[in-house]
Design a binder for this molecule. Structure first.
Ligand SMILES: *Cc1c(COP(=O)(O)O)cnc(C)c1O
Length: 364
C-alpha cells in the first residue's frame, strides 16, 4: 500500500471508499439521448436578449444569497400554494444532499427501487442506512402492502418518491402515495423532476400535510446547464434545511438566466408540447417492434426491455452508429436487459429508431 492509500484508508469513511463516482460518458459527437435533456435551444433573438441581461451580472461580487425575485417567479410558474416556502439548490441533487445532511445520524432513508440513483448514492456517502423497496416486476408500480410493511419495520426518517419515476417513466398511483403519507412517521419527498411532461402533481397539496415536501428542477424542462432545483414545503421545514444550504449556492449567471427564462415561459411550453407529441410518435414506433417490451411513460424518456437480445450489445451497436442512450442492464435486478432513451428532436428520434432496428436485426 502506498502512503497515499494508507492515509485514505485511515481517514475516510468506508462507505465512501465503497462507492463509485457517478459516471457520465463522453457524449461529444453523439446524438445525445441519454440524459433527459430538452433537445431544443432558444431562438436567436431570445439568445440575444439573454446575453443582454447577463451584461448586468457582476462577477466580482458574491451572488444574491436570497434570490427573492427568482423564488417569486418560481412560485408563480409552478403553482406553489400560498404559505409554502421554497428552498433553492444547485440542481435538485443538492437539495437531496441538504435534506440528508440535516438528518440525525442513523436516520433511515427509504425509496422504491429501481429509482433515481442519487437517493441511495447520497445516503451512503453520508453514512445513512438506505432501504430500497422493490417495485412490482410487471409494471414498476408500487406494491403498497410491501411498502407499508417496510415503513412499519424501518420507520424511515425520509421517503423519496420520484413522480414520475426515473428510470421507469411511470407515475405511481396517487392514492398509494396518499396511503404512504398517512403512514409515514417522517418526511415524504415527492420528486417531480419531470413535472412539465407528467400532467400530474402533488404541488397543490403542499401545506395540506405538514410532512410533505415537493421537489422540482429546471433541468428536464430545458435548463440542465444552469443547475437550478427547488423544493416547496411548510416554512418550518424550509427554515431548518436553509441552515444546511451553503450561502451562495445559486450563482449569479444561474439566477439571471433562470429569471430570464421564467419570464418567457411560453418558449418552454411550446417545446414541451413538441416533446410530448414526439414521445407519442416514438412510443407508437417502438410498439411495432416485437422483440422488445415498451413501458408507458409520463416523462420525456421511454424505458424498454429487450426480450431476445443482449442490452449491452444493442447499446454498443447504437453507440457505434453515433447514438448515445442509457444502458440500464448493468444495474441488474428489475432493470436487466433494459435501455432508456430520451425523446429528442424528430430527426434524432428517427436516427435512433433506424439504428435500433438495424442493431436488432444484425444481432439476431
Ligand atoms: C434528473 C433527476 C433529478 C436531478 O435533477 P437536477 O436538478 O439536474 O439535479 C432529480 N430527480 C429525478 C427523479 C431525476 O430524474
Amino acid at each position: 500500500m502506498t502512503k497515499c492509500t494508507q492515509r485514505i484508508e485511515a481517514l475516510l469513511r468506508p462507505e465512501v471508499r465503497a462507492l463509485s463516482a457517478y459516471h457520465v460518458p463522453d457524449s461529444k459527437g453523439f446524438i445525445k439521448l441519454d440524459a433527459m435533456e430538452n433537445p431544443y435551444g432558444w431562438p436567436k433573438d431570445t439568445v440575444d436578449l439573454w446575453l443582454e441581461q447577463l451584461r448586468g451580472a457582476e462577477p466580482n461580487r458574491y451572488p444574491d444569497p436570497v434570490c427573492a425575485a427568482l423564488k417569486a417567479a418560481l412560485k408563480a410558474a409552478n403553482g406553489i400554494p400560498q404559505g409554502a416556502e421554497l428552498l433553492l439548490g444547485n440542481g435538485s441533487d443538492e437539495i437531496i444532499q441538504i435534506l440528508l445532511m440535516a438528518l440525525r445520524p442513523g436516520g433511515t432513508v427509504m425509496a422504491p427501487e429501481p429509482t433515481f440513483v442519487m437517493y441511495r448514492q447520497i445516503s451512503l456517502s453520508l453514512g445513512l442506512p438506505f432501504i430500497g423497496v422493490p417495485l412490482r416486476a410487471e409494471d414498476f408500480s408500487l406494491d403498497i402492502e410491501q411498502f407499508c410493511a417496510a415503513i412499519e419495520r424501518h420507520q424511515p426518517s425520509i421517503i423519496f418518491l420520484a413522480y414520475p419515476n426515473n428510470p421507469t417513466g411511470n407515475l405511481f398511483d396517487p392514492s398509494v402515495i396518499e396511503r404512504i403519507l398517512a403512514l409515514a412517521p417522517g418526511l415524504v419527498v415527492v420528486d417531480e423532476a419531470y413535472a412539465p411532461y407528467a400532467g400530474a402533481s402533488f404541488m397543490g397539496q403542499v401545506g395540506g400535510h405538514e410532512h410533505l415536501l415537493v421537489m422540482r428542477t429546471l433541468s428536464k424542462l430545458g435548463l440542465a446547464g444552469l443547475r437550478l432545483g427547488f423544493m416547496a414545503g411548510p416554512p418550518e421545514w424550509i427554515a431548518e434545511f436553509d441552515k444546511v444550504r451553503l450561502p451562495y449556492n445559486i450563482n449569479v449567471l444561474t439566477r439571471i438566466s433562470a429569471e430570464f427564462a421564467l419570464a418567457r415561459h411560453e418558449v418552454f411550453a411550446a417545446q414541451v408540447e413538441d416533446i410530448l407529441r414526439d414521445r407519442c410518435t416514438l412510443m407508437a414506433e417502438l410498439k411495432t417492434i416485437d422483440a422488445i417490451q415498451v413501458y408507458e411513460s409520463r416523462a420525456n424518456f421511454i424505458l424498454l426491455r429487450l426480450l431476445r437480445h443482449d442490452a449491452t450489445a444493442v447499446f454498443a451497436a447504437l453507440k457505434a452508429a453515433g447514438v448515445l442512450i442509457k444502458n440500464l442492464h448493468p444495474n441488474g435486478g428489475l432493470l436487466a436487459q433494459c435501455l432508456r432513451v430520451t425523446v429528442g428532436t424528430p430527426p434524432e428520434n428517427r436516427r435512433f429508431l433506424a439504428a435500433f432496428r438495424q442493431a436488432l436485426e444484425e444481432l439476431s
